[in-house]
Design a protein around this ligand. Structure first.
Ligand SMILES: Nc1ncnc2c1ncn2[C@@H]1O[C@H](COP(=O)(O)OP(=O)(O)OP(=O)(O)O)[C@@H](O)[C@H]1O
Ligand SMILES: [Mg+2]
Length: 308
């Protein structure tokens, strides 16, 4: 009925925590936004696979029971890696059932299976990444309740802004929090009762090169909402073909950055890798080595000293 998948087969349940040993809790990252097409699945895959390359034991759960985009990407990965004869790390995937679409309308059952999956994933992982659907479902709400970190990507548009709240077009202040924002705020309150923190990071996705006026206004509105709703603003991801062209291979930018690149895929710009690293750091998942201080030539050095 339920199991962990890796390498294409329903695998045995793995228990890495020895009986009687002190259990630790895996960190839970939920990628959520009730707006469709914001980049949740793309980001969930990117986070999960990036962290595998950094040596973490990562499990994923795809709660978009109908679309299963993350699950389909991983199925492509399980097919392509052996076919191409390359080795790369894959997350342990917990599927609620073999065909999750079948239980999408049976939320009580999905809820029960999700809770079982979480118990098992906790013993198996350092990090659990959960992708959620672009709509409010009972199982998605349950996942948000388990989150240590909620990551909300949004398109750089006032249309997508409604997922956070309705803003006054002149003052850009919050008029009314959205249904999704209320859900996250409730989760935060419930966790606070149990002395557990919740970090909520909102970031703009698919940032276009032009469009500076809109970008500036969305940025200002986001700053204002961040204060009112208590989320942090993560560094944006630009619109890049590198985020979408590797789905059929089951790969992400993290694989290409690690040197795994199918022939047909172009090499992503260094800026794309830096963008991903900046995001992982902002999410508190990695710590980047400090950049070396710039070497100043004498004339610059004099100008710098004079400016102090
Ligand atoms: N930064 C980006 N640059 C280019 N394309 C992107 C970027 N982020 C996402 N996409 C593309 O945008 C589309 C929507 O992304 P994705 O499926 O990750 O969104 P989603 O929030 O999971 O959608 P849904 O709510 O339907 O599950 C996909 O075609 C994806 O490849
Ligand atoms: Mg999705």
């Amino acid at each position: 009925m339920f199991g962990a998948m890796q390498g294409g087969a329903l695998g045995p349940r793995r228990h890495r925590v020895a009986p009687g040993s002190r259990r630790y809790r895996a960190r839970v990252v939920v990628v959520g936004n009730e707006k469709g097409g914001a980049g949740k699945s793309t980001l969930a895959a990117l986070i999960a696979i990036s962290m595998l390359y950094r040596g973490q034991r990562v499990s994923v759960i795809d709660l978009d029971l109908r679309q299963q985009s993350l699950s389909r990407l991983l199925a492509n990965r399980r097919r392509w890696l052996p076919a191409a004869g390359v080795k790369a790390p894959s997350p342990l995937e917990y599927k609620l059932v073999e065909d999750p679409a079948r239980i999408a309308d049976d939320q009580p059952l999905a809820l029960r299976l999700f809770e079982e999956a979480m118990v098992m994933a906790m013993g198996d992982s350092d990090l659990i990444v959960i992708d959620t659907p672009g709509s409010d479902t009972a199982v998605s709400r349950a996942a948000h309740l388990q989150a240590d970190l909620i990551v909300t990507p949004m398109n750089d548009s006032f249309v997508d802004f409604d997922v956070l709240g309705n803003v006054d077009p002149v003052t850009l202040r919050l008029v009314q929090a959205s249904h999704y924002a209320e859900t996250v705020l409730n989760v935060r309150t419930m966790r606070a009762h149990n002395n557990r923190r919740l970090d909520w990071v909102v970031l703009r996705n698919r940032l276009a090169g032009a469009d500076t006026n809109n970008r500036e206004r969305v940025g200002l509105a986001l700053d204002s909402l961040s204060e009112e709703l208590g989320f942090r603003i993560g560094p944006p991801l630009r619109e890049r073909v590198a985020y979408r062209e590797m789905f059929p291979f089951g790969l992400t930018l993290a694989d290409v950055s690690a040197g795994l690149r199918p022939n047909k895929v172009s090499s992503p710009k260094l800026a794309a890798r830096e963008e991903v690293n900046a995001l992982l750091e902002a999410l508190g998942l990695i710590v980047l080595a400090p950049r070396p201080a710039p070497v100043l030539r004498p004339v610059e050095h004099a100008a710098f000293a004079a400016s102090l």
